[in-house]
Design a protein around this ligand. Structure first.
Ligand code: KG4
Ligand code: ZN
Length: 340
């Protein structure tokens, strides 16, 4: 079974070829032009997808020594995402479907992130709790099998990655800022004496949001962003510059603390110990270490960074799961569709 996966929902144009569940080749073009604007500009994204999608698809097919008529299925992200960006991928996939008669299925981007785990961990025990933390979404799902996946809690405002990007902007990092914040926080351990570091840590702390219902598994990150903003505006530019690693460390600790707390609560209430990660924030080493500390190395599964951020391989994997469950569907673009 050879599947071409196509992803173009936001600012990555990505295609991959999967054969019988194994990725043969995967190519991603990340649109760096958005860093000029501090966030993704939808019109710029659509144009950049248009420029790359054809070239990348031809290359990935050639890399695998295949011809287009050998494809058994095209899996394309049709929801959720930027309308114009989705339109490029979906129109391209439908063009191939019409011209070559290759079957096509629409894939939900969030299901793609959850399924990214199966690329490198096909035998992960089910059911598991999937934490999806990206620039657009933050949610915990209980995953049993394809089509049997329930959302237990999600962000009520900003996504975790969005919080990293917004705080990064306040601290002068280019978009997207997640990785830069993690790197800056890493410098914290290398500055001053142990006492000085502890002293600074005591002074710089940000709150973890608690939602009104104690049973809620929802997240909120907008208050944390405001807390960092207020901290920056109430201290001198010099102080902020000198303490940037500590600020990044305290912010990262608050985001990760919130993710870990909710996973603990979900794990207790569902009686599930296996934790799977997905989405760009799953690249974060501090998050992975904290989860391993809390749940044990044998219970925590995460994809390689190239399969955490948006990629065509995860869409091919979701396409395979859909095919195996007889749940493929004709692409139906919807910028706002969640997981039903
Ligand atoms: O999954 P993704 O590529 O796109 C969406 O579907 O949104 O995730 C991108 C997000 C960005 O917000 C980026 O800042 C964040 O993932 N990210 C990170 C790290 N690497 C990427 N956040 C925290 N730590 C990282 N190392
Ligand atoms: Zn994504």
């Amino acid at each position: 079974m050879i599947i071409l996966g196509i992803e173009s929902s936001c600012d990555e144009t990505s295609v991959a070829i999967m054969k019988d569940g194994a990725i043969l080749s995967s190519l991603t073009h990340s649109q760096e032009e958005h860093s000029l604007y501090g966030g993704v500009v939808p019109e710029v994204a659509s144009r950049a997808h248009l420029e790359k999608i054809d070239i990348l698809t031809k290359r990935v097919i050639k890399d695998c020594n295949l011809t287009i008529d050998q494809l058994d299925l095209i899996a394309v992200t049709d929801s959720p995402g930027l309308a114009g960006a989705l339109l490029v991928g979906v129109s391209f996939a439908l063009g191939l479907h019409t011209a070559y008669g290759i079957p096509v299925t629409g894939v939900n981007h969030l299901e793609g992130h959850i399924c990214s785990l199966f690329i490198e961990h096909p035998d992960i025990p089910t059911p598991f709790l999937s934490l999806l933390a990206s620039g657009g979404h933050t949610a915990i799902y209980r995953y049993e099998s394809y089509g049997n996946c329930r959302c237990l809690g999600q962000t009520v405002d900003d996504a975790a990655g969005e919080a990293f990007d917004k705080v990064g902007k306040l601290l002068g990092f280019p978009y997207p800022a997640g990785r830069a914040i993690e790197e800056e926080a890493g410098k914290e351990e290398k500055t001053g004496t142990t006492d000085e570091r502890e002293n600074k840590k005591e002074k710089i702390k940000f709150p973890i949001a608690r939602l009104s219902s104690p049973d809620s598994l929802d997240f909120s990150f907008s208050g944390l962003k405001t807390a960092v903003k207020n901290f920056i505006s109430s201290n001198s530019g010099q102080y902020i510059k000198e303490n940037r690693p500590q600020i990044c460390g305290a912010f990262q600790k608050a985001v990760v603390g919130s993710l870990v707390n909710n996973l603990h609560q979900a794990s207790r209430s569902c009686g599930i110990k296996t934790i799977a990660l997905g989405g760009g924030v799953a690249c974060n080493g501090y998050l992975k270490n904290e989860l391993i500390k809390n749940f044990g190395a044998d219970n925590v599964f995460f994809p390689s960074p190239k399969f955490c951020t948006d990629n065509g391989a995860m869409i091919a994997m979701a396409g395979l799961k859909m095919y195996n469950a007889s749940k493929t569907r004709f692409p139906n673009m919807d910028p706002a569709r969640g997981i039903s």
